[in-house]
Design a protein around this ligand. Structure first.
Ligand SMILES: [Zn+2]
Length: 341
């Protein structure tokens, strides 16, 4: 199981009765919790961090899933040092088997109670299981640990090209933004951070809000089938994750530059089937537009750029009427980095 957790999980294997726990290299205890969920506990000093590392919440985003599976093998063999409690989650296993993003509904839009509105969705039981796993994992840590030691890194790859190949999305949880998170994102070679300003139904929003975790969603490049990923493109995030897990003694001596920061200021909303998004179909994420540019129109709706420069992220004119057809962000690097806690 630990040697190739991905293949083992895709094959639908489960541990035999009474064999859901064990000890691997360096005395690290492992516990199989559920399909695609493995917990590791080293003999860590009090105050060591608790890390939830998830991938495959979108089933076809294969590269980060492969990274986590390799991390599991390396911990099992003692090739990766573990000074933190770690919960590894492969999110949407059924969709991973079907090589698709999701079966019925986007799992990363079902958290924080949204799943209760879709009782028949094949993703709903998985959203419930992922929420429960996070609550139990961080709940067990809460008695001895400060919230600054609770982390959730949710690894994704994007469908669309991006001006910044690797970027992070930070949920809006009301808490001050942490310098530790921004420094870690720099180490992970994340070029840009997008700050949400409203609540969402993503897994990282759930763990930030409900578990007090420092949570982020990472977009690490383009989607490819299993086995066809150039994992070196993801090496920054991989090594930064391993450094964090290895503990303070293993952090880099020289700090990487902090990422640029962009804050959501508005969204384009599709009103009707007459909606037109006036940007190229393959426009990269974070493409900038100048003031007064008309970006979208519908019957009596116009979206015109109001700031000197606005950038479009996740444009999608094919959504249903009433839904978001794109986000607009402006750069807020200086004020955000100056205000980090
Ligand atoms: Zn994704």
């Amino acid at each position: 199981m630990l040697a190739d957790f991905l293949a083992w999980t895709l094959a639908g294997e489960r541990p035999k009765e009474g064999h859901t726990q064990g000890v691997c290299a360096n005395g690290v205890r492992w516990t199989w919790l559920d399909e695609g969920m493995l917990q590791f506990e080293p003999d860590a000093p009090p105050g060591a961090c608790s890390m939830l590392a998830s991938a495959g919440v979108h089933g076809d985003e294969t590269a980060p899933i492969e990274l986590l599976s390799r991390l599991v093998a390396d911990i099992a063999e003692g090739r990766a040092t573990l000074a933190c409690r770690l919960l590894v989650i492969l999110g949407n296993v059924a969709a991973m088997r079907a090589s698709c993003r999701y079966l019925d509904d986007d799992l990363n839009r079902l958290f924080s109670g949204r799943h209760a509105q879709l009782p028949d969705s094949r993703e709903t039981p998985r959203a419930v299981a992922l929420e429960r796993a996070a609550v139990q994992f961080f709940g067990a840590a809460a008695a001895t640990e400060a919230s600054s030691t609770r982390w959730h890194i949710d690894l994704h790859t994007a469908i669309r090209a991006s001006v910044f190949e690797r970027f992070a999305l930070l949920p809006y949880a009301g808490a001050p933004l942490s310098r530790a998170m921004f420094e870690w994102l720099g180490e992970a070679q994340i070029a840009a951070v997008l700050l949400h300003t409203t609540k969402a139904n993503t897994y990282s929003h759930f763990t930030a809000e409900q578990c007090g975790a420092q949570a982020c969603t990472l977009e690490l490049g383009k989607v490819r089938p299993f086995g066809q990923n150039d994992l070196t493109r993801f090496s920054g995030a991989d090594s930064a994750l391993r450094q964090l897990l290895a503990g303070p003694a293993h952090t880099a001596s020289e700090r990487a530059p902090l990422p640029r920061v962009f804050t959501v200021i508005d969204q384009i909303t599709k009103q009707s089937d007459a909606f037109e998004l006036l940007v190229a179909a393959d426009v990269p994420n974070f493409t900038a537009f100048a003031k007064d540019t008309l970006l979208a129109r519908d019957t009596d709706y116009r979206y015109i750029v109001q700031h000197d420069e606005e950038r479009i992220v996740f444009p999608n004119p094919t959504v249903k009427p009433g839904l978001r057809a794109g986000l607009l962000v402006i750069e807020t690097t200086r004020e955000t980095l100056a205000a980090l806690a």
